[in-house]
Design a protein around this ligand. Sequence first.
Ligand code: ATP
Ligand code: MG
Length: 408
Amino acid sequence: MGKKSNIVVGLDIGTSKVCVVVGEMTERGVEVIGVGSHLSQGLRKGVVINIEATVSSLKKAVEEASLMAGCEIHTVFTSISGGHIKAFNSHGIVAVKNKEVMVRDLERVIDAAKAVAIPMDREVLHVLPQDYIIDDQDGIRDPLGMSGVRLEAKVHIVTGAVASAQNIIKCCNRTGLNVAEVVLAPLAAAEAVLTDEERELGVLLIDMGGGTTDLAVYHDGTVKHTAAIPIGGNHVTNDIAAGLRTPFNDAERLKQRHGFAKAAMVREDERVEVSCVAGKGVGTIFRQILCEIIEPRLDEIFELVQKEIAKSGYDGALASGIVATGGSMLLGGAVAMAERSFGLPVRLGVPARVGGLVDIINNPVYATAVGLALHGMKRQDRVIFRGRDDKILSKVKHRMSDWLNEFF
Ligand SMILES: Nc1ncnc2c1ncn2[C@@H]1O[C@H](COP(=O)(O)OP(=O)(O)OP(=O)(O)O)[C@@H](O)[C@H]1O
Ligand SMILES: [Mg+2]
């Protein structure tokens, strides 16, 4: 199979599935030319717990995408999530050296903002600038070239467990892939499903997957808050399996075919077939009973999301409402239930902003993988490989790109 130089690959390692999106970079943006998806078996609540099983899923998904795209896959942008993710806002102040803000002043102020003590077992995944203040003027988006003596930066810092990120990189490397960047999953999903206007006006992105429910709050075009709640659709399925005493796979099928978020909206006399109920053979149950199992778990997840919104301090500032994505939002009535719970308009987020195989990726389960490819396109100019033993090489590359930035 041939090599292509203008491709960018998003690899979403989720709790339910691993998914690869191959994008071709054109002047119009990213055209999706290959998609591969395979059941994920090595993760729990968004975190890799079995390397062998994850690698085996990765190999299958990569092979599928590579065959469809007709090219080899060597480098990927991949996602991270899980209960270990912790994010907070910080700020830094520096004196502007030559009375005019230059690239090195920006780097110094970002360094100052991220100079916070974090435990040895955690690493900084993202430092996202929110706002720059020069002297006392705030609200500056692009301070480069502006005059002033004091530069202040407000940033959002995302940290995660070193071991979790390393395990993701290890899985990719063992699949024969280089990792260009590990991106927080909801930030990637946001790339694919949010519009620029929503990010400006204020929006909450919810990505409800199988093992985690990830969040990102945007306002004024920047990230204000992120969080990963380690509960998702798999917990709903587990509740059904336990409540009806049916195997997980049957419970999953039942949820997808007959599940509904609001039990009171389901007809009282409607019955559905279950291939194994109460440990016995085929039987029927009232559909309402199934939905009575689903509803409290969704309520619990939405309550936890509400707490995060309150924590962010942006509960009154989400003018564009909520964009909800991830496979669990496909549950019947989930979007309407979210609207009632949060008292805000909610729309289902499906990947947009790409061309090519749109029929395949027109599904919320692909939001993160498509977003990773879009993010990758933005970053193509300064790819730094992570993992393997190329730390020195990456540092040199980083230095060189810094020098080049300063010169040009
Ligand atoms: N039609 C449907 N109705 C209800 N739930 C669904 C439907 N389709 C998928 N799901 C649920 O979506 C979840 C998987 O979503 P998704 O593919 O976004 O997760 P993931 O990215 O693999 O996991 P995570 O992001 O949590 O690590 C599963 O819990 C599955 O039961
Ligand atoms: Mg996901």
